[in-house]
Design a protein around this ligand. Structure first.
Ligand code: PNS
Length: 162
């Protein structure tokens, strides 16, 4: 049984993430998607909101579970007996950071390997940051995120701007 972990910020989850989740869930027996609770960043959505969003978009994928964590990914990996860390690679610009992270995680949690999935071409340009920027200025994000996530993003900006 191979248990994979897809860690990330998911602020918010996009079609790019969902593509990686679907493909990773088909490759491994079980997949945990875990939201990092990072005190150093100021996210748009709380950890609970991001977990709820992921639960809603993954509800039909039977071997996927959603979790959150604080601290090091490597500690989560060791504590939960994770075999594989999943990361999506969009472009060469992702590579240097991802390579460094994979090698650090391998030193800290030697039993786990990182597996990179190259993002499907139609989502190669997509990032949560871009989605937030387009939404902030009232642009159309319907091609970037599912309908329910789109509504939550606009609702959040409406609340912030009140
Ligand atoms: O979605 P993101 O922001 O690209 O995800 C980055 C994430 C959460 C995977 C990464 O920042 C992470 O693993 N943070 C936890 C802290 C950690 O383990 N740092 C050492 C890795 S070099």
């Amino acid at each position: 049984m191979a248990h994979a972990l897809y860690p990330g910020s998911f602020d918010p989850v996009t079609y790019g993430h969902i593509d990686v989740i679907q493909r990773a869930s088909a490759l491994f027996d079980s997949l945990t998607v875990a939201v990092l609770n990072n005190g150093a960043k100021s996210p748009l959505f709380s950890v609970d909101e991001r977990v709820n969003m992921l639960n809603s978009v993954c509800k039909d994928i039977p071997n996927v579970k959603i979790d959150s964590f604080s601290g090091l990914t490597a500690d989560y990996v060791t504590k939960n007996g994770i075999d594989v860390i999943i990361r999506g690679l969009r472009a060469v610009t992702d590579f240097e950071y991802e390579l460094q992270m994979a090698q650090t995680n391998r030193k800290l949690a030697p039993k786990a390997d990182t597996v990179f999935l190259t993002t499907s071409l139609e989502y190669a340009y997509l990032s949560s940051t871009t989605v937030k920027e387009v939404a902030y200025f009232g642009g159309d994000i319907s091609k970037f995120v599912p309908k329910n996530i789109e509504e939550l993003i606009f609702k959040k900006y409406k609340k912030i701007n009140e």
